[in-house]
Write a protein that binds this ligand. Structure first.
Ligand code: MN
Length: 729
């Protein structure tokens, strides 16, 4: 071993010692030397020896308090991928556990999230499944990602941005859900540093500018609290510490919630850690006695823990200096959970996998996996993952005083299902602070919500609740109810919906052929029978707009078989789906395509032009290619009136051009705004114009002109945006 290797090994063993020993040092030493030998001669992009990477990951894993097998696996996590060593060899030398973990991490390594939504969903599912199987895999993967993020500078700029976005969207939320705070915060801060460096350094500077002054104040408050506690509660055991909010946390409040730095009350906070829950509440009372609390800022995460088990009391108070600051009060046990999350439980119950608390952490993963079946829309998984993981919570109260914790944007429907699925199912309305509200009422923290229920037979949720609800829990419970309770009805609705959709797409067959055609499609969708297929459409398990492409392909095959060479004017609908829903007056059953020059959307005034041999091309009436005065045009008879079919509801893709001030974070703001509107985005591109302004083009899916207009309105309100225009494609 070279001196450098010996030095690193010493560091490793020293770290184990600091964690309280009790490790299999022989196993870890052997893993270390295999790691060094296997990666011998390999370099990282930074020109460092490769083994430094797995070594650093192992150091992180030790600091999270994982076991010997995990440390060994961290050291070996890249050997299967990058060296000739196989999983079997690892099994032989280090045992089943280490081999399984290394195998898991290797498989996760091949997953990329920068792909399209459906692919992303599939990858996310794999990741969650792996986590549910052995949580050590994901923790090592997170540590791997953290070390890679720390050493991102050696990568190309594009790679830095891709990795940062992926970290922000997938890895940090998982770390958050597993409750490993330091890991989550560092991942987020590093990602923001690369995605929006100017804002990052701005915040960093503000923090260091205000620090001395704030620290003085907090120290004097701390002393005051200590003196009071020593006289009022002399037997109380407690520790007071200061805390500074992470840069990413401040960034979110400033740039996403549009708050001024000084409006963020919890940038600096005091934390009081004590022994029992009773003392937490006693301390809270005392704090409210010493300082003036700000109404509406008190949060009791002890009686209602966050989904990631976080427990603490939060209150914002105003001291003598008239500066608001946050106080967090918790027990030592809660503090460990807040810092290390699932890893804390691993630490104390090493090897005991069916520990209750451990189960709680993984429950959300199981819930997400279980409520998704193959028939369901895959992109829903990504969406519900992101919504359920969003970090802003709202708290609402039942009339009995129980606090319900929901993600931001949740409606009374989500509230009802969070109480109990029976309450949700029987819900007929809701009252907020004593007043009846519509069913799509978005909950704000502090509201007292009473769910009105009815036991009347035949009542139940309505289908559009699925779209109103935001939590995965409520959505899947409503779907399940429809699936179970309303099979007959589902079959009828599903059949009608399918027939309508087929007609709209000009898929017409005689009865006999239609039966076998639908049977084929049902089989493609993994339905046991045609009735099951109808029922799935009826309750929303299968979404027609998502499978219509495949249905059209199937139909095309059938048409090709029966009519080998047909006249060109009878053309079956193409897969794109874009032109469907256009009715050209006086012409039936011909090829209609939306012109690329103006890309009309449903709701636009449109006109058709009969081309030679390519059917009718549809333009917007104000397209420059449409003559101002048709009667004076060259061949006026070729211009025909056209309009949109009433039932058109397909999704249309449209590109927008946004121009504005060339500021950092513009692209991030645009993506966030689009994400918050739940609008699928397909491409985004930013460039600097000659004028010095920035021009961002973004391609999104919109349901109609009105929808697109609302997207454009929202984007035009972003700071620094001058104009948002639809682009001709
Ligand atoms: Mn690695």
């Amino acid at each position: 071993m070279k001196p450098q290797h010996e030095y690193n090994l010493k560091q490793l063993l020293g770290a184990l010692e600091k964690q309280g020993g009790n490790f299999d040092t022989d196993l870890i030493t052997r893993a270390f030397s295999m790691c060094v030998t296997a990666h011998e001669g390999q370099k990282r992009l930074s020109s460092e020896d490769y083994y430094i990477h797995p070594f650093s990951v192992a150091m992180l894993v030790i600091s999270y308090g994982l076991d010997s097998q995990s440390v060994a696996a961290a050291l070996l996590h890249d050997v299967v991928e990058d060296t000739p060593i196989t999983v079997e060899q690892i099994r032989g030398e280090f045992g089943d556990d280490v081999a399984l973990i290394v195998d898991g991490v290797t498989k996760l390594g091949k997953i990329s999230f920068s792909s399209r939504e459906e692919q992303q969903a599939e990858n996310l599912r794999k990741m969650l499944l792996a986590t549910a199987k052995d949580v050590r895999v994901i923790i090592i993967k997170l540590a791997d990602r953290l070390h890679n993020m720390r050493t991102l500078d050696a990568q190309t700029e594009q790679k830095q941005r891709d990795k940062s976005l992926e970290t922000l969207e997938i890895y940090a939320p998982i770390a958050h859900r597993l409750g490993i705070r330091a890991l989550k915060e560092e991942l987020e801060d590093l990602a923001i540093m690369h995605l929006d460096p100017v804002a990052y350094h701005e915040i960093e500077q503000m923090l260091s500018l205000k620090k001395p002054y704030r620290e003085d104040i907090l120290n004097s408050i701390k002393q005051r609290i200590e003196t009071t506690l020593h006289t009022d509660m002399p037997d109380l055991e407690f520790v007071i510490e200061g805390r500074v909010k992470s840069i990413h946390g401040i960034y979110r409040k400033m740039f996403i919630q549009n708050k001024d730095f000084d409006e963020i009350y919890d940038v600096y906070a005091l934390r009081i850690i004590t022994d029992t829950v009773t003392n937490c509440y006693n301390l809270l009372g005392l704090m409210h006695d010493m300082f003036r609390p700000i109404p509406g800022r008190f949060k009791d995460y002890i009686s209602t823990p966050k989904p990631n088990m976080y427990q603490s009391l939060h209150t914002t108070v105003i001291g003598r200096e008239c500066i608001p600051f946050e106080i967090q009060i918790r027990t030592t046990e809660m503090h460990k959970t807040a810092e290390y999350g699932i890893a804390a439980h691993w630490k104390y119950k090493a090897g005991v996998v069916n520990d209750n608390k451990m189960d709680n952490y993984l429950a959300w993963i199981r819930q997400i996996i279980e409520t998704q079946n193959d028939n369901e829309d895959a992109s829903e998984l990504v969406r519900s993952f992101k919504v359920d993981l969003s970090q802003d919570d709202v708290f609402a109260v039942t009339p009995r005083g129980d606090v319900i914790n929901l993600p931001n944007g949740a409606t009374v429907i989500d509230f009802a299902f969070a109480i109990h699925s029976a309450v949700g199912i029987k819900m007929v309305g809701a009252k907020v602070d004593g007043k009846i509200v519509p069913i799509n009422h978005v909950i704000k923290t502090g509201e007292i919500i009473e769910i009105l229920t009815s036991n009347q037979q035949g009542r139940g949720p309505s289908r559009d609740w699925i779209n109103v609800a935001v939590t995965n829990q409520a959505k899947s419970k409503i779907r399940n109810w429809f699936k179970k309770e309303r099979r007959e009805e589902n079959i009828i609705t599903g059949k009608a919906e399918l027939e309508k959709e087929l007609k709209r797409n000009n898929i017409v067959l005689d009865d006999e052929k239609e039966e076998s055609f639908i049977k084929t499609i049902a089989q493609q969708q993994k339905c046991a029978s045609v009735e099951d297929f109808y029922a799935d459409i009826g309750y929303g398990g299968i979404i027609l707009s998502k499978i219509i492409g495949r249905i059209k392909d199937e139909y095309q095959k059938l048409v090709n078989q029966s009519k080998p060479a047909q006249a060109p004017e009878i053309v079956a609908p193409r897969r794109s789906g874009n032109k469907d829903g256009v009715v050209v007056d006086g012409i039936d059953n011909c090829l209609i395509k939306l012109s690329r020059c103006c890309a009309p959307l449903p709701g636009d005034d449109i006109i058709g032009f009969i081309t030679r041999g390519h059917g009718v091309s549809v333009h917007k009436c104000d397209c420059p290619n449409v003559p101002q005065n048709i009667s004076e045009a060259a061949e006026p008879e070729r211009w025909v009136a056209a309009h949109w079919n009433e039932t058109v509801k397909e999704i249309f893709t449209s590109s927008l051009q946004i121009s504005g001030v060339n500021r950092d974070g513009m692209v991030l703001d645009i993506t966030t705004a689009i994400f918050n509107m739940r609008v699928p985005m397909h491409a985004i591109n930013g460039r600097t114009a000659k004028s010095g302004n920035c021009i961002v083009t973004v391609t999104v899916s919109a349901e109609s002109v009105e929808h697109l207009q609302s997207i454009m309105n929202r984007l035009s309100k972003l700071p620094g945006v001058f104009s948002v225009e639809r682009m001709n494609q």
